[in-house]
Ligand binder design. Sequence first.
Ligand SMILES: CC(C)(COP(=O)(O)OP(=O)(O)OC[C@H]1O[C@@H](n2cnc3c(N)ncnc32)[C@H](O)[C@@H]1OP(=O)(O)O)[C@@H](O)C(=O)NCCC(=O)NCCS
Length: 141
Amino acid sequence: MQWVYEDTSIDWHELSNLYRIAPLGEKKPEDLRVVFANSRYKCFVLDNGRLVGVGRALADGRDCAYLCDVAVHPDHQGSGLGRAVIGKLKELAAGHRKIILYANPGKEGFYARLGFLRMCTAMAIFADQARAVQTGLVEEP
Ligand SMILES: CC(C)(COP(=O)(O)OP(=O)(O)OC[C@H]1O[C@@H](n2cnc3c(N)ncnc32)[C@H](O)[C@@H]1OP(=O)(O)O)[C@@H](O)C(=O)NCCC(=O)NCCS
């Protein structure tokens, strides 16, 4: 496995496809290029040149790092790669006072195994609030 921490050689269409099949939804190649460029930390895992693992983190260098867009190719799920990606992002974000994320519904147990605790006061505004409610990311009062 080859680990890469910058995105100059990344094929954004291949990454978009990885998210589609992981699955983590539809993410446009051009949007991925922008969000990864604006992320302080990123890691890509390649197996014989094929993208099989990914994750990124927004971070301010002192207080808060926010992990997002973590995914592992279905052929590699269940073999510890997701744990390794989170471990690397935690290592890159070491020194921040907090590392936060929101789990895809059903993935809370994965993050709990890796030491994350449920946030009791997390609040969010989504561009599509109705869909966020529908998919279980937030709840209406
Ligand atoms: C979630 C995901 C990244 C996990 O990656 P993975 O490589 O399959 O996970 P690992 O093999 O590293 O698993 C690490 C541990 O978490 C556990 N685990 C994995 N998925 C889990 C889940 N959904 N619920 C509870 N535990 C889970 C594993 O059993 C393993 O436990 P162990 O160390 O005690 O044996 C991967 O399944 C994926 O890409 N899913 C689709 C995209 C997605 O939902 N990403 C998360 C966005 S928030």
